[in-house]
Design a protein around this ligand. Sequence first.
Ligand code: ZN
Length: 415
Amino acid sequence: MTAEETLEEALGECADLLDVLLDVLKKHGPEPFLTWPIITTSPQHFPQESGPEVDRVAAIISRLARLAGLSAVPLRLEDHRPDDDVASIHQQPVVSFIGIDGDVAVFSLECLGAPDLLIATLCHEVALFAGERRTPKHPYRSTQTDTAPFETDDLIRAAVTTVVLGWGAITANGAHRFAKTGVIQGYSVRSEWSHGRVGALSAGDLCCLLALQAVVRDDELDGASFVETLQENQRIELEGWYDVLLPHREELCRRLAMPVEPPPRGDESEQRDREGDPRMTIVRRPIHRVRRNRTGEHGVVGALVGCGFLVALLLASIDSDALLVAFGLPVVGAVVGALIGRRRPKLFCSAWDCGAILDQGTKHCLKCGGAVESDITVRELDELRASKGERFDELAEAEYDAEPDDDDEPVDDDV
Ligand SMILES: [Zn+2]
């Protein structure tokens, strides 16, 4: 830094973020930015919960809403994932804050995606909820479709809000991460790799804001637990920005209307924790309880048991009349087995990736989280899957047949 370098020059392309930050601070006040802890994805802040994925996503949204001081607003998570959605490290999570429906904040889950990007995605969406300023077109009967979509400015504000609320380390990591996996196929290894990007700001922008926060709070980076959780590139960016911004600390405090002497850190997080989780309703994806007749398999078991008795009787060398009757034992066993099998069918979940055994009285599947909509037979399940497959093929074909857009026309390059 030179003596003449202004704050704007030091911030370079990130200078515009200062105005957004000021705007966000107006909404949330200086307290979260100055005193709330900078949290990480550690189990301390996000305890590992067992059970269906949709319940886990709902728990994280609740927790973030509570951390943001939004415990009073009831939440609803709608599970719109396809039947065969499973978490994959190379896929982008798709969870969206839809808007406020009546007095309920509505979120939609469409794809689980990479587990390490999921919490960052949820941070952005809960931040959008925290900063919601759109007015529904019909204030007294708002529904999701009545609410206008979010603009880029809203998404940038949400990204800045994540830093203000103390989630900057999580979203900086989620803003860019590279993943590579290898799959052994025969004698070769097939590598898969992907760049995951979550949120409207780059990792560099978020690291700048995070450094700015540390500077204004007069925090040391050495030994800070959140710094240790950052990926290598993000950590280097953060340290670089910290060194650049530290000489401008007083001006930063003045511009953001923050005290030069930072206030003591209280137990705000504990206080917010005591408020309890907001009320959360999960709208589960529908599944069917499939009934498979077990006449055949129980019949075979019955016949085998009958054979066992027959062999035992033969070895015991009983008299010839009784032996004649004994030869009927496998048949009797098969019939009894078949009857038992018919009375005790196997009941299982219809979801493609699940198939968990379900009880007769179960309302939702404890493995995939789907809600039981109806009871169907194996044959009906096959028909359902076939019709879904046909619909998918038709869609794919329609897309293939569709006229290409003008933009898709090949362009002859000048030679
Ligand atoms: Zn299931």
